[in-house]
Design a protein around this ligand. Structure first.
Ligand code: DGL
Length: 259
């Protein structure tokens, strides 16, 4: 199984991307709904949660770990790689690689939680690869609760997205990285508000592509993962709203199991 975790339900955008990209590899997901959000917590706390989530998934038989959460990816990648002897994937590098390989790549925008943006990780990784580029980032803390409420196309959501994106729009970014699990669900509004010429880079799609390439070059690991198209979905707290949002993201009726 491929083990995926996130601070909550939003990481199911990565599960959906993996389902759409891979060959029916079995998936196991843990959404830490009892302790969400991670975006406003300290680095130490997020790192501790990431370790616990990984231990849970490995205990259930996961052979590789995918951190769907940008906030966890921004603080816990090295910690997990050192501590656990399985392949660990995060969502930041694949999105950065896509951004720096665009034809128009001198002005790159990034949006994410406060934790992710304050970590400066996107900016650092982009500058390492493209020192002459300009990176403009802005935190968008209200977008996660709007998505969790299912307010995907409300006038209020459109207004808030427009306001958040304004500073990036005036700086004429050429691409925009969606550095948060939840933002792919607002992709249509984001594209509309930032402008149709801006290339949107979705970190959930980027990591799914990276994992597909990994399996092609590592058949020995690929061979350890059953391919029955199964997905087990665990959460640390459950409400009817979580199930509704999960079903919306995966585009089918799903049930979650509380652990
Ligand atoms: N999963 C988080 C991320 O991608 C967003 C929600 C949270 O703050 O926990 O950064």
């Amino acid at each position: 199984m491929i083990g995926i975790f996130d601070s909550g339900i939003g990481g199911l955008t990565t599960v959906k991307a993996l389902m759409d990209t891979l060959d029916g590899h079995d998936l196991i997901y843990f959404g830490d709904t009892a302790r969400t959000p991670y975006g406003s917590k300290s680095r130490d706390t997020v790192a501790r949660y990431a370790i616990e989530n990984t231990e849970f998934l490995l205990g259930k038989g996961a052979k590789i770990i995918v951190m769907a959460c940008n906030t966890a990816s921004s603080v816990a990648t090295e910690i997990l790689k050192e501590k656990f002897h399985v392949p660990v994937f995060e969502v930041i590098t694949p999105a950065v690689e896509q951004a720096v390989s665009q034809k128009n790549r001198s002005r790159i925008g990034v949006i994410g939680t406060r934790g992710t943006i304050n970590s400066g990780i996107y900016e650092r990784l982009i500058k390492e690869k493209l020192p002459d580029s300009s990176v403009f980032s802005t935190p968008c803390p209200l977008l996660v609760p709007l998505v969790e409420e299912g307010w995907f196309d409300k006038p209020e959501t459109r207004m808030i997205v427009k306001k958040y994106l304004h500073p990036l729009k005036v700086r004429q970014v050429e691409s925009l990285i969606l550095g948060c699990t939840h933002y792919p669900l607002l992709k249509t509004i984001i594209q509309e508000k930032i402008g149709k010429r801006v290339k949107i880079i979705d970190s959930s799609v980027a990591v799914a592509e990276k994992i597909r390439e990994f399996f092609l070059s590592h058949p020995e690991t690929d061979g350890t993962i059953a391919k029955n198209g199964l997905a087990e979905l665990f959460v640390s707290d459950i409400t009817a709203q979580f199930e509704t949002t999960a079903s919306t993201i995966l585009k089918r009726k799903v049930s979650l199991t509380k652990v």
